[in-house]
Design a protein. Structure first.
Length: 130
């Protein structure tokens, strides 16, 4: 009889304490990994586009449906060397309820915007410089 009571107690501890902790830890780990990956990709896209282009804004708007709120300090294309601060907020459901993550990145733009939309290193553009 005492073996049965011990087994029931062990099962109750497992179901009541250990399993919810492991589940919460696993969900948090997956959500945080996805969150960090998303912030890195947004920052890289912003750097490649030379600021908040239409494509960057479209990606930010698509992320709203997934629980992200992405805001930019300068909501347009900027000049070479300027800094843009990106604020991120993310809410997700966990075992304990809603969890919120927030952070910010600073991106220094290293793409020059050329009038006419051409690439500044193409031979056509280099002829006029040389």
């Amino acid at each position: 009889m005492s073996n049965l009571k011990g087994a029931i107690l062990a099962m109750a501890l497992w179901v009541g304490v250990v399993f919810p902790f492991l589940l919460s830890f696993g969900i948090d780990s997956l959500q945080q990994r996805a969150y960090l990956s998303t912030t890195e990709k947004i920052a890289e896209l912003l750097k490649q586009e030379g600021g908040v282009s239409e494509q960057v804004q479209q990606v930010a708007n698509n992320l709203k449906g997934k629980g992200y709120i992405v805001t930019f300090s300068k909501p347009s294309l900027v000049q070479f060397g300027e800094e843009i601060v990106i604020n991120y907020q993310y809410e997700y459901q966990n075992v304990r309820g809603k969890q919120k993550l927030a952070t910010q990145n600073k991106v220094v733009i290293d793409k020059r915007i050329v009038a006419g939309g051409g690439n500044p290193t193409t031979p056509r553009n280099l002829k006029h410089i040389l």
